[in-house]
Design a protein around this ligand. Sequence first.
Ligand SMILES: [Zn+2]
Length: 202
Amino acid sequence: MGKGRKAFADPNSPLSEHQVWAILEPYWTELVSVFRHAGYPEPGKVARIQVDTTWRDSCRHFAGAAIDGSKLIVAPELADLPVPSIRGILAHEGGHFVDLGNPGRYWLRPLGSVNVRHGADVAVLWGGGSIKDDALVCFEKLPEKNLRKHLRDWSERGCDEVERVADVIAEIVIGQKIGYVGPPSCLIQTIGKGPSRPKGLR
Ligand SMILES: [Zn+2]
């Protein structure tokens, strides 16, 4: 490119924030609509979408949900991924927003250990049959007794549980599996193929 020519004349120049969001926005809008129709409005409450050129600190970090549920952060490189991965990553973040927007509600539990003390107030949303260690349970009503401890335990769930909860919520909502593809050191989400999220993936 000749000196003095504008950067946007180069077809290989990085996308601007507006261009990144122009590519991603239809997928996000569609996802928000699917979540809302399924009765999960939280991803639609996200106040801000931030394109952050510094976000991508590893080969597999393309997006993140702010812990207070206020914003979705995306790396510009997300716009370059295959569409199933864009959808898979955004659906996973949608799962985080549902989880984070409902403190104390969603847990992974070995199915056999679902606490019957809370009776009908605890719904098993996912899992069963031969699945013994990966059931998603939802506290429809938070326990009155020991509520502080319940919320503290929820906020201290391990990374594997938090990440898997996001995937399972997404899977329930979109009706498709969130799978992981790519080299073992750089697995990223996709939709409808690949194994579930392995433990320890960061
Ligand atoms: Zn995540």
